[in-house]
Design a protein around this ligand. Structure first.
Ligand SMILES: *Cc1c(COP(=O)(O)O)cnc(C)c1O
Length: 454
C-alpha cells in the first residue's frame, strides 16, 4: 500500500509571500473598537503609545493581502513552511473512512504557532526604534515566542505569566530566560494593577486579563517600550493566516478539499489563521467546508458568553472591543489548557460567528486528554493541551463518519506540542484530572460587570 500523502511538504520557494486579510471579503465589516472614555471609535493616535504604526495600520487595513517583509520571511524559514500530515494511523485506529489532515505548528522555536506573529511584531517594533516589549503569557507559549522573536531583532522582552501556569509549568520560565526574556508571575507587586488584585486576593491564580493589565501599564509608562499581544487582535490573526495559506497549497498537492475544518480557540488566532484562507474560498464558492471552533467547557466565550463591548483586560485599560465575552473580571478554573483561559474571543472571529459563517462547540478536559493520548499513541506527537480540544472534535467527527460511511476530509491545526505540558499528562495518566464546566449561574455572575455601552 502506498501512502504518498503522509507528510505533505512545501519547498521554501513555495512559501506564501502575503498574509491574508479577510475583512474586505466579509458581507459586513466588524464593529469598530471604541475608546473607553469617549465611546468613539479609536484612532491611530489612541493606539500609538502601545503599538508601532505599521501594526496599527495592519489592524485596520482593508487591503486583501499584506506582503510579508523579507526580514520576516528570513526568520520564518527556520521552520516554515510547516508540514501537513495525513493521520493515517489515527484513522486506522478509529476505523473511520474519514481522511484526517493536521497542519503541524509544533516545529517552530516555541513549539507552537505563536512565533508566526511574534516575529513580525518584534520586527515592526524594532524597525520603529522600540527597545523593549512587554506582554502577558498564559501557558507560556506566547512568552517563549516573543522572547525568541525579541532575540532575533535585539529587543528586551518582559513577560507577566498567569500565576497558575507559572507554578504548573516551570520549564517555560527557563526557556524564556534562555531566549533572553525576563519573566514575572502575575499578579505581581510590580504594577498598580497587580498590587490591587493581590490586596484583595493574595492567592489569586491570575488570569490573562490581569497579566495584560500589568504589561499594558508598564508599556504605557515608558516611551521606549511597547506592548505585544499574542492573540485576539486583527493583526495577530492576519499574521497567522500563513498557516491556512500553506495548508491550502498542501491539500491542493494531493487533490483534497476539506469538508470540515476544526480548530481550538483561546483568543482565536490559530483557528483564524487556519480557517480564514479556506473561508475566503468558501465565500468565493470554490469549496464549502464547515468551520468549527472548539473551546473549553470551563471558559466557553463563544458558546456561553454574550456578544457585547468589553475590555480586553481586567483593570479596564484597553479599548472596548465588541466580542463574545464572559466579562473582563472572569477568572476561569485553572485547567491545563492555559492558552485557552481567556475571557473574550477575537472580535473578528466573534463577528464571523454572528454572521453564521462558522460554528462552535465546548469540550471538557478529560475528553480532550483522551483524544490527546489516542493521538500520541497513533501519530507519535504529544499534543499541547490546547489542540487536544480540536482533536477531540476531529475524533468525534471521524466516528460520525464511521457510522454514516462518509469519507469526509477533516482538517485541523495541531498548533503545538506538549513537551512542556507533561505534568498535565501525568495528572491525566494518574487519574487525577477533574472536569470543570461553567454553570449558567456562573456565566450570569461573570457577565454582570460588563461596561455599559450604548
Ligand atoms: C496560545 C495557544 C493557543 C490559544 O490561542 P489562540 O489565539 O486561540 O490560537 C492554542 N494553542 C496553543 C498551542 C497555544 O500556544
Amino acid at each position: 500500500m502506498t501512502t504518498p500523502d503522509t507528510k505533505i511538504l512545501l519547498s521554501e520557494s513555495e512559501m506564501p509571500r502575503n498574509w491574508y486579510n479577510i475583512v474586505p471579503d466579509l458581507p459586513s465589516p466588524p464593529p469598530p473598537v471604541l475608546h473607553p472614555g469617549t465611546l468613539q471609535p479609536v484612532g491611530p493616535d489612541d493606539l500609538a503609545p502601545l503599538f508601532p504604526m505599521a501594526l496599527i495600520e495592519q489592524e485596520v487595513t482593508t487591503e486583501r493581502y499584506v506582503p510579508i517583509p523579507e526580514e520576516v520571511l528570513d526568520v520564518y524559514r527556520l521552520w516554515r513552511p510547516s508540514p501537513l500530515f495525513r493521520a493515517h494511523r489515527l484513522e486506522k485506529a478509529l476505523g473511520t473512512p474519514a481522511k484526517i489532515y493536521y497542519k503541524y505548528e509544533g516545529v517552530s522555536p516555541a513549539g507552537s504557532h505563536k512565533p508566526n506573529t511574534a516575529v513580525p511584531q518584534a520586527y515592526y517594533n524594532a524597525a520603529a526604534g522600540i527597545r523593549r516589549l512587554t506582554t502577558e503569557t498564559g501557558a507560556g507559549q506566547w512568552g517563549t515566542a516573543l522572547a525568541f522573536a525579541g532575540a532575533q531583532y535585539g529587543l528586551d522582552v518582559e513577560i507577566w505569566q498567569v500565576r497558575a501556569s507559572y507554578d504548573q509549568k516551570p520549564y517555560r520560565k527557563i526557556m524564556i530566560e534562555t531566549f533572553g526574556g525576563t519573566i514575572h508571575p502575575s499578579p505581581s507587586e510590580l504594577t498598580e494593577a497587580g498590587r490591587k488584585i493581590l490586596a484583595s486576593d493574595p492567592d489569586s491564580p491570575g488570569s490573562l486579563g490581569i497579566a495584560i493589565s500589568e504589561a499594558v501599564e508598564v508599556a504605557a509608562q515608558h516611551a521606549d517600550t511597547n506592548y505585544a499581544l499574542g492573540s485576539v487582535l486583527n493583526h495577530v490573526l492576519l499574521h497567522q493566516t500563513i498557516i491556512g495559506e500553506e495548508a491550502l497549497l498542501q491539500l491542493a498537492k494531493v487533490g483534497a478539499k476539506p469538508d470540515v475544518i476544526v480548530g481550538c480557540t483561546g483568543g482565536g488566532s490559530n483557528f483564524g489563521g487556519l480557517a480564514f484562507p479556506f473561508l475566503r474560498e468558501k465565500l468565493a464558492g470554490t469549496m464549502s467546508p464547515i468551520i468549527r471552533a472548539v473551546e473549553p467547557a470551563s471558559c466557553p466565550s463563544l458558546t456561553k458568553g454574550v456578544y457585547a463591548y468589553d475590555f480586553g483586560d481586567t483593570a479596564g485599560m484597553t479599548p472596548l472591543m465588541k466580542m463574545h465575552t464572559l466579562g473582563h473580571d472572569f477568572i476561569p478554573d485553572p485547567i491545563h489548557a492555559g492558552g485557552l483561559r481567556y475571557h473574550g474571543m477575537s472580535p473578528l472571529i466573534s463577528h464571523i460567528y454572528e454572521l453564521g459563517l462558522m460554528e462552535a462547540v465546548a469540550k471538557t478536559q478529560k475528553e480532550c486528554f483522551d483524544a490527546g493520548v489516542t493521538f500520541a499513541r497513533t501519530e507519535g506527537i504529544i499534543p499541547a493541551p490546547e489542540p487536544t480540544h480540536a482533536l477531540a472534535a476531529c475524533i468525534e467527527e471521524a466516528l460520525r463518519c464511521k457510522e454514516t460511511g462518509e469519507e469526509k476530509v477533516i482538517l485541523t491545526a495541531l498548533c503545538g506540542h506538549g513537551h512542556l505540558d507533561l505534568p498535565a499528562y501525568g495528572r491525566y495518566l494518574a487519574g487525577d484530572m477533574v472536569d470543570h464546566e461553567l454553570s449558567t449561574a456562573a456565566v450570569e455572575a461573570a457577565i454582570a460587570g460588563l461596561p455599559q455601552v450604548g
